[in-house]
Structure formats: C-alpha cells, structure tokens
Design a binder for this molecule. Sequence first.
Ligand code: SAH
Length: 413
Amino acid sequence: MTSNPYPLGLRLHGRRVVVVGGGAVATRRVPALLDAGADVLLVAPELTPALRARADAGRLHWVPRRFVPEDLDGAWLVQVAVDDPIAAASVSAVAAERRIFCVRADDRTAATAWTPAVTRHGPVTVAVLGGGDPRRAMTVRDAIRDLLAVRLAPDGIAGRPDASTGTTGGRQAGRVALVGAGPGDPELITVKGWRLLTEADVVVADRLVPGLLLDELRPDVELVDASKIPYGPSRAQEEINQILVDRALAGAFVVRLKGGDPYVFGRGGEELLACAAAGVPVTVVPGVTSSIAAPAAAGIPVTHRGVAHEFTVVSGHLAPDAPASLVRWDALAGLHGTLVILMGLKNLAAITATLIAHGRSPQTPAAVVQEATTGTQRVLRSTLGEVAADLRAADLRPPAVVVVGDVVGALDG
Ligand code: SAH
C-alpha cells in the first residue's frame, strides 16, 4: 500500500472503543483512549495490574474472556493488542465486515488505521505518522516536543491571549496562575508550571525561585521581582496582591511564581483570596516542596519502612516561646517520626532545646540541607543535641531545611 494515510482527530467522548488484549500494548494504549473520554470495552482473559486497577475503579468495562464478534456491537473503533496473529486477524476480519476502523499492534500492514506518535502541549495535540515506520514517527515527535517546550509556545501555539489585538477595543479578561517553581533545580518545576510560564505576559517571582527559569522568559514579558518590593512583610504582601490583581484586570496573564509549593508557607492562599475578591480567575499549580525534596537531595527519605511512618512539616520562623507561635513543640517532641523544619535556622537552638526538654532524645539524628537541589547545596549531619552548635560552626545559611529523626542515616550503608 503506497497511498498516504488520511489524518483525523477522532472525538471519542462517550463512544465505544473495543480493545482486544490485556497485556503491555493495551496498557500503553488505554490511557489515551480514556483521556479522550472513550467508553472502553476491554476483552481479554487476563489483565496487567495497571489495567486491572482501571477496571476495578470503574473507568472501563472488562469482559474476562476471549474475543467474540458481538463484542464489536456498537463500536466506533477497535484496537487489537494481542500477539497471536490468528486471533488478531479474526478480530480485524469482523471489524472490516462491519466497517469499523481497526488498529493492529501485531501487523501494521493489515491494519485499517494507525496510531500516531503523539505529544501534547496544553490544548494542542501533535500527531506524527512515520509512513509505516514508528521509530521515524517518534524521532520527529520528540523533536517537535522539544521545540514546543522550549521555544515555540510563547508565539501563540499554546493559545496565549492575543497580545496584538488585546490593546485596542475591549480588553481580554486576564487571569492569574499561582505556580510552584520547585526547590531550586530549574528542572524541578512541573510540566504544567513550565508551560504556563512560557505563556505568561507578567511574571511575579519570589527570591527563592530558580533564576534559570526566568532567564528563558521572552524579552517582552514584564518581570516583577517580589523580593525587591519595599515596606514591611505584610505591606509587601498587600503590594504583591495588588500587582497580581491590577495586571490581570488590565488583561494580562499573570504567573505568580513561588519557591517550592505555593501553599507550603508560601502565602499562596492569601494571593488566591485577593484575586478571588477582585473577581480574577486563579489556577494553582502545585510544586515540588523543599520540605520533601531537600531531605531527598541529601539522601534522606522523609519516611522509611520500619523507621518512620509519619513526617511533620513545621515552620521555625517564630521561637517556641513567641506569643504568636501556633506550633505545639511539646507535642511534636512526643512524636517518633520525622520532623522537617523550614525557616528554622535563626531559632534552631531554642527549638532543639524545647524538643529535648519535652522528651525527644538528644541523640536523635538530625541534618541540615542548605540550598538543596542547586549547585551550591551543602549538607550537615549531626544530632538533635548538637545540630544548633554545629550549624554555627559550619556557617550554614538560609534557605535551609532541618530534618530530625531516624530517617537521617536510614539509607547509609
Ligand atoms: N513554599 C516553599 C517554602 C517557602 S518557606 C516550599 O514548598 O519549599 C522558605 C523556606 O523553605 C526556607 O527558609 C527554607 O527553610 C526552605 N527552602 C526553600 N528552598 C530551599 C532549598 N532549595 N533548600 C533548602 N531549604 C529550602
């Protein structure tokens, strides 16, 4: 067959798609069908655990037996994902008889439809057919994916508000995204966070946001450095809220980029409320939080089988005896699990003394991880009793996370 395939985007929502086979190929094909909203009927005597989980969750219908022609009743499309060429041929024969397009994993030449290599970028789907060579399709797809992720998105492919027409006539409604930038390594932002960043008209960034992420912004993006806003901490927050609201009301897509996760000691909630009060739509994109990533970067799992069945993340920015403190340090001292303290360097001596006074052993392993996941990461290992003094001696500085518990050292050989 030398003629070219005819590309189509099948709108499968609520439409029956039959998948024959329950092995590795079906496991790879089914998620995209479910994502398209298809009504998936899976015909296979046995399923992989991943497919089984989807069946158990009611996401698809499973008939635990071999294929019979009636399985194609009402179907719009069939995917044959079995190795046995005779079984596969019999399915495609029934499909052909009924004029149902049939994808065959075992034999591309016998198939009436091919699945392309796909990359998705927000609302855009790019599908590549390699003229019968799946490897060629994947190579081209990978190249396009890289281009979309790094360069092309800002120029409109990702559907950002049309800046060229936005200034005259009625303004477009703006919006705000609160995006977690991750702990420090620029590659630890989420795929969604990165996409929104490439679409932004205005970026309001924190001090702890990885600089390299900002390096790649288009020159016309307005970058507001939130850490340079003067006034005291609460006044500065009001100022930031105002900037988010003003820019969005003027029609801009504003990305508020925050270190780690926006809702972990990041005041993301206040920003969300300020936008909501002004009628500005907000989305929140979670981030990789330093409270888990910083220990991990130092080789410390926050939980470990047989060692810790809990971890508690706590802010140390107030001393334990400060009247405004909301933390029950006495109760935390009674826990066996992992304690992760953020913003705790200044008050560490008072914090460790309080934990010990309420019963946590001074021998409990402790570690401090400074600038985790960056090129300047430093790690100090110590004990609860000595970590405050060791910290001063080693001259560690913020941003740093303190980890207390037997998980420190759990992975040491
Ligand atoms: N929202 C952030 C935390 C903001 S509070 C998050 O989810 O990670 C700021 C504190 O986070 C710092 O004082 C420090 O304790 C911690 N922190 C942030 N980035 C860090 C990093 N790369 N290494 C160590 N600690 C970090």
